[in-house]
Design a protein around this ligand. Structure first.
Ligand code: GDG
Length: 493
């Protein structure tokens, strides 16, 4: 029997492909939108890589299959698994806790038990899929126990973990009844990646508080047999497929669509834009409050300024999210009712997702992008806006200092979304900013998102893993060589 095990295995909650059923009832798989898949696709193809994840619907009962040169290994989740492991422990315990308890986390022992059981299922699939001495890269907070499970069963593996969301300060993290198990789970990895330097610091401080392990800078010494193992816990800020986004935004049809959007909105002098999953971490209510007050104060006029808010549907079976939707829609309705005219609505609110082309056209059409997250691992929307505006070097990014992107995009208009007065002043400043200043700020941000795109991110992370495996210093400076696709290939995807 041929050995179909892989040298590189990625493990994430969701598979990189989406299942759709065509008109004849035949299921087909298409690549999910998103930077992670795009970034890993070339290395996965050349390594004959495997991807372990859930197909997005309950009880699919699927066998592994091949898609575009990647071996897809589906994990089955039942309705109860989805309720307890995914909607429960992942999205109603860890998500609010890791985002600084903006919403109160729920702690339920049956959810935790299911989290352990489902993590075990993902780990077992990865163990079976990994060739001897393979590299396994685990993604995100839903799977924090997997690194240790892998190490116990397969000490030959090189194991990476990347946390896409923040890691909270110990005073918050310590609420978690299973705080030590999670830290031990993560420390099964050789390299643990975070979005921000502050997240990595919070993690190593939690290690020191909970376990008798020594840490030195970003290295944690973990007992291993008779000796110790060095675990690197460090920031690797994620990014986007910058080249593809730049190209998309330069397509004539996308530019024409942007002009059409402006006309359809009644050609206001200024358009502001928000694009978020409808999530309480994104600060949508704070943004609406600031805009509502600007209209009330007469500092913004409905015929002059329009806010387009895309709120893509998210986690609609979790109560906190249903409540948030009601609140946001009540506020939008009030503002539109109070300040709208027959010809103009202050807010164009869209509760659905759009194709990437439409997103790029929206970025091009808007004068001010509002990213007002209360807490956000990175916020890719901010980086996409910059990439989309790299052609005309126009547009102003208003960016929360609580989003990871604020560490890199220093020339954005940085704001504290809790300070409504300050936020209002910053919005007015952004609306009135002179062209030369807009250009100067955007140029500096463009440089940054071009240098650190998602391929650079994955190459840097995999290089740190390679060094750990070879016993080299993972912190020594290096020039990571990023294998680039032709950007026209990427734009076509
Ligand atoms: C997590 C962390 C971290 C949104 N609506 C539509 C659409 N989107 C796309 C955006 C962007 C992505 O979804 C959202 O990414 P974010 O980074 O803003 O936020 P999360 O979903 O919360 O992601 C976050 C990220 O992981 C990566 O590590 O940055 O902090 O929370 O790409 O464009 N795309 C399309 N239609 C939509 O309606 N096509």
């Amino acid at each position: 029997m041929p050995d179909d095990r892989s040298d590189l295995v990625v493990v994430s909650n969701r598979l990189p492909v989406d299942r759709t059923v065509d008109a004849d009832g035949e299921p087909t798989w298409t690549q999910s939108p998103g930077g992670l898949v795009t970034a890993l696709e070339p290395v996965m193809r050349s390594a004959g890589g495997a991807w372990v994840g859930w197909g997005g619907q309950p009880d699919l009962g699927l066998e592994p299959f091949e898609h575009d040169g990647i071996r897809i290994i589906p994990i089955d989740l039942s309705e109860t698994d989805i309720e307890r492991y995914y909607e429960g422990f992942s999205n109603d315990t860890l998500w609010p806790l890791y985002h600084d308890v903006i919403a109160p986390p729920s702690y339920h022992r049956v959810w935790w038990e299911r989290y352990v059981a489902v993590n075990r299922r993902f780990a077992d699939a990865a163990i079976a899929a990994a060739a001897p001495d393979a590299t396994v890269w685990v993604q995100d907070y839903q799977l924090q126990l997997v690194p240790r499970m892998l190490r116990e069963a397969r000490p030959d593996l090189t194991i990476g973990f990347f946390n896409h969301i923040p890691f909270p300060a110990y005073g918050i993290y310590s609420q978690l009844p299973w705080r030590t198990q999670i830290i031990e789970g993560l420390l099964g990895a050789d390299v643990i990646g975070f979005q921000r330097v502050a997240d990595a610091g919070n993690f190593t401080r939690a290690v020191r508080r909970l376990l008798p392990y020594s840490t030195k800078g970003s290295i944690v010494s973990v007992p291993d047999g008779d000796g110790t193992r060095q675990v690197l816990a460090k920031a690797f800020p994620i990014s986007i497929d910058t080249g593809a986004f730049e190209e998309l935004a330069q397509r004539p049809d996308v530019q024409e669509r942007a002009a059409q959007i402006r006309r359809d909105l009644g050609s206001p002098r200024k358009i502001m834009l928000g694009v978020d999953r409808l999530d309480y971490t994104k600060g949508i209510r704070h943004r609406l409050k600031a805009f509502g007050e600007l209209l009330a104060d007469g500092r913004a006029d409905v015929g002059d300024v329009t806010l387009v808010q895309v709120a893509s549907p998210s986690r609609e079976r979790v109560e906190t999210y249903r409540h948030l939707r009601d609140e946001v829609e009540l506020t939008v309705g009030r503002i539109n009712g109070d300040y709208g005219t027959i010809s103009h609505q202050p807010i164009s609110y869209l509760h659905h997702g759009f194709p990437r082309e439409e997103m790029a056209a929206l970025y091009l059409a808007s004068d001010v992008m509002l990213v007002t997250a209360l807490r956000d691992g990175m916020n890719l929307v901010a980086k996409e806006y910059v990439a989309a505006r790299s052609g005309d070097l126009d547009g102003v990014l208003v960016l929360s200092e609580f989003a990871g992107a604020a560490d890199e995009l220093r020339t954005a208009v940085l704001i504290n979304p809790h300070d409504i007065t300050g936020l209002k002043d910053s919005i007015v400043g952004a609306l009135e900013m002179p062209r030369e200043e807009r250009r100067r700020r955007m140029r500096a941000m463009r440089k940054r998102v071009r240098e650190n795109d998602v391929e650079h991110w994955s190459a840097t992370f995999l290089e740190a893993l390679r060094r750990t495996r070879n016993g080299e210093d993972p912190l020594a400076p290096s020039e990571v060589v990023v294998r680039k696709n032709s950007s026209s290939d990427k734009a076509a995807r």
